[in-house]
Design a protein around this ligand. Structure first.
Ligand code: TYD
Length: 406
């Protein structure tokens, strides 16, 4: 029997994407035989409103010394975190003496490097040793470990309580969210703020962006479900701000209950969630149908292009693409390769379907007829730099919100 990770009520999945490999598990040919698979099946908890996947591989299988996701691969994300660092300093720390900021899942230091440069006391917690090392090289004080209540106690003893705890695209990765929330409540000053952002369930439902569902994303949050979870440790949402990142995210600002005014954005977002019927199981059954329709359309479009002898490739080997490729049964017959700018992914093969991952230059030096835009969330940045491809007749194929050739 499955149980909700937050309120422990019984849970059953509303759909299955089938057997999935580790989303960031780019692998060499020698590793094909020992590739791990798990059942990717999302479920919605009627009680606490949390959307979650039932089964998740062990954290150590996803986050390790060869972790393939480096935050600073997108110029847009680099700018996004520079702006966030600035906002935190001006809106939350300007009157604080000797402030201390802690980031969970600090990756390559994309955010904390700004605090390091400003000589602000900071600490990054990052379990993947290779990305943590990059952060350390940028002068970011980093602890290579998973965050737990025990780690929170150790930080408290060594550094004192935190004025800010932050996490970006990390909180939704943490299956032991309640333990994490307790650790946060322990480490945060009563006057402190928890600021985190993650892909937003409302966007996933509206855009049928089912590719946000993969092993690392054990939860897909709404304002409602975040409020329910963190109220268990005495924190409340005082602001909720929509973000364009990751194809539609939400930034949540939380503080000790009753200490701050609640911004009207929180109430209007909760109202929006009601109009979207995020609290009803039928919404998820419709989502399932939309996913099936999207799958059929994408596969038949690719089949047709191949039957017409077009050269089709993938653009950007995102974690999200692992769900799309494996759910839609896209194979090496459809895509000659997927190009990606991340060195650790190049020369390897995509999880599950084993499509070769090549350097960006493979694409730039010999344009295909069609490129499937797996990093659809970076479309603006990519289209701006790929004008030459368009001018030479190259076409983009997207699947969010609908399958179409652009
Ligand atoms: P992202 O959407 O952040 O991926 P994920 O689904 O894993 O969260 O995209 C990051 C990946 O896309 C990373 O592998 C680098 C690749 N990428 C390119 O190859 N070229 C680009 O222009 C951009 C913006 C990303």
């Amino acid at each position: 029997m499955n149980h909700c990770r937050i309120c422990h009520k019984q849970l059953s999945p509303f759909m299955s994407f089938g057997k999935m490999p580790i989303a960031n598990g780019f692998l060499t040919q020698q590793d094909f035989a020992k590739e791990q698979f798990f059942e990717l099946a999302p479920a919605f908890c009627n009680n606490c409103q949390m959307l979650q996947i039932i089964e998740q591989p062990a954290p150590e299988a996803m986050f390790h010394e060869n972790y393939a996701f480096f935050s600073q691969t997108s110029a847009h994300m680099t700018k996004h975190f520079a702006t966030l660092a600035n906002q935190i300093q001006t809106d939350y720390l300007s009157t604080t003496r000797n402030p201390f900021i802690v980031e969970l899942g600090s990756n390559d230091g994309i955010l904390l490097q700004h605090f390091a440069k400003a000589n602000i006391r900071h600490l990054g917690i990052e379990p993947s040793a290779n990305v943590a090392k990059v952060a350390q090289q940028h002068g970011v004080n980093t602890l290579t470990t998973f965050f737990t209540t025990k780690v929170a106690e150790q930080i408290l003893n060594t550094y004192g309580a935190a004025d800010i705890i932050t996490a970006s695209n990390v909180m939704c990765h943490l299956p032991n969210l309640l333990d994490i929330a307790e650790g946060i409540a322990l480490l945060l000053k009563p006057t402190g703020y928890l600021i985190f952002e993650d892909p937003y369930l409302g966007d996933v439902i509206e855009k049928t962006s089912y590719d946000q569902i993969y092993d690392e994303h054990v939860f897909l949050f709404s304002v409602n479900s975040v409020a329910n979870t963190f109220s268990k440790v005495g924190l409340e949402i005082i602001d909720a701000i929509c973000q364009p990142t990751h194809g539609g995210s939400m930034r949540y600002i939380l503080a000790t209950k009753g200490k701050n005014p609640i911004h009207h954005r929180v109430t209007s977002q909760l109202h929006y969630e009601e109009t979207l019927k995020l609290q009803e199981i039928n919404t998820y059954l419709n989502f399932k149908k939309n996913c099936e329709h999207s799958k059929e359309q994408l596969l038949s479009l690719l089949d047709n292009l191949i039957a017409e002898n077009h050269k089709v490739v993938g653009y950007a080997a995102t974690s999200k693409s692992t769900t799309v490729i494996n759910y839609c049964n896209i194979t090496t017959k459809h895509l000659q390769y997927i190009c990606d700018t991340t060195p650790i992914k190049q020369g390897k093969f995509s999880p599950g379907a084993h499509i070769p991952i090549t350097a960006y230059e493979t694409f730039a030096n010999n344009y295909p007829d069609y490129a499937v835009l797996f990093a659809w969330n970076h479309a603006k940045e990519i289209f701006a730099k790929e004008q030459n491809y368009n001018q030479q007749g190259g076409k983009w194929l997207t699947f969010v919100p609908n399958v179409k050739i652009l």
